[in-house]
Design a protein around this ligand. Structure first.
Ligand code: NAP
Length: 320
């Protein structure tokens, strides 16, 4: 079993690369399958690759560009001997140790790699509207994270798209900075919980555009407005805003693990309390793939560190 790796890390956002730094420094020679650029919302490095300025990552008092931060994570992992392959895992088999990980054709009988432990950090994606120029406008007036980007919109008029708890929470948070927040919802009834609805209705800075869908973004180099259609009357309008926050939900990247690991009803991986352990011994999950609450780069990195330390200790007690 000389070709069995101690650790394979699937995914290369802040969680996966932090796990790589820690396991590499623990002499576990991790192999990182960092993914392949397959669409604008799915690429090695994760969601920070889609952002511009990151001002809330500790250690960067003047802020840092998202892609630059991820390049730093990657260089640091390489420096300590992590092996990084720009490929996607296509199948896993966690039914017995060593665990199998496939790259390429998932019907090949033998796995491409085998490992004593696997750390999963495949992340999640923010659902997007799928409109023209969406990818290029992220970080230029368009955002999927109020906690990350709200600060940039002080005294500006902005819009939040969606009618669930996320949209209501984002709008509430953004109202601390913005002069006005318009929630654009495709129906005339909110999906969000009563307490969040009431808070939004009571907030003098929050307005609603009911039965409204976004047809397109108005933008030069940055957003200047939203072209809307009323779903009942067909009426078209222009909503002048300099910021747009999409809050129509997230999708964890867990398709690969269905039937192998326990998933929550919303598709996120289940990890044990205060731990990154999944329901399979020796398989750990960190970052947004198991976090539907904080969703921050710093919390992802923190849980990547936890996964590395847990994997290392587990390997010590469970050698193959
Ligand atoms: P969600 O509950 O699925 O709501 C998504 C919203 O986006 C819905 O209002 C939906 O409209 C709208 N939407 C979906 N696709 C759209 C599209 N293509 N165009 C326009 N609008 C679209 O998602 P979420 O708000 O992210 O919440 C996910 C879960 O996390 C929920 O269980 C929620 O309660 C929970 N959560 C809780 C809190 C909290 O308690 N503090 C905060 C955030 C989230 P329709 O209503 O018409 O379907």
């Amino acid at each position: 079993m000389s070709d069995v790796r101690e650790v394979i890390i699937i995914g290369s956002g802040p969680a996966g690369l932090t796990a790589a730094i820690y396991t590499a420094r623990a002499n576990l020679s991790p192999l990182v399958l960092e993914g392949e650029p397959s669409s604008t919302s799915d690429q090695p490095g994760g969601q920070l690759m889609l952002t511009t300025d990151v001002e809330n990552y500790p250690g960067f008092p003047d802020g840092v560009l998202g892609p630059e931060l991820m390049q730093n994570f990657r260089s640091q992992a390489l420096r300590f001997g992590a092996e990084i392959q720009t490929v996607k895992a296509s199948k896993v088999d966690f039914s017995s140790r060593p665990y199998g990980v496939w790259v390429g054709d998932p019907d090949t009988p033998e796995p491409t790699h085998r490992a004593s432990t696997v750390i999963i950090s495949t992340g999640a994606q923010s659902l997007m509207l799928g409109l023209d120029r969406e990818a290029e406008l992220i970080g230029h007036g368009l955002s999927t994270c109020a906690t990350c980007d709200g600060f940039f919109f002080r005294d500006q008029e902005i819009a939040v798209i969606g009618g669930g708890d996320s949209a209501l929470e984002e709008a509430q948070f953004l109202s601390r900075f913005a002069s006005k927040v318009t929630i654009v919802h495709r129906r005339d009834e909110l999906r969000g919980s009563k307490i969040m609805r009431d808070r939004a209705f009571e907030n003098p800075k929050i307005e609603f555009r009911w039965n409204s869908v976004v047809d397109s973004y108005e933008a030069d180099t940055s957003i200047t407005g939203l072209r809307l259609s009323d779903t009942k009357t067909g009426e078209k309008s222009l909503l002048p805003v300099t910021g747009v926050f999409i809050a129509i939900g997230h999708r964890p990247n867990t398709d690969l693990f269905k039937g192998q690991l326990e998933l929550k009803e919303n598709g996120y991986l289940v990890t044990k309390a205060d731990s990154t352990r999944t329901d399979v011994d020796g398989v750990f999950a960190c970052g947004d793939v198991q976090d539907d609450y904080y969703r921050q780069a710093i919390t992802a990195a923190g849980s990547g560190c936890m996964a590395a330390i847990e994997a290392e200790r587990w390997l010590e007690n469970n050698p193959l």
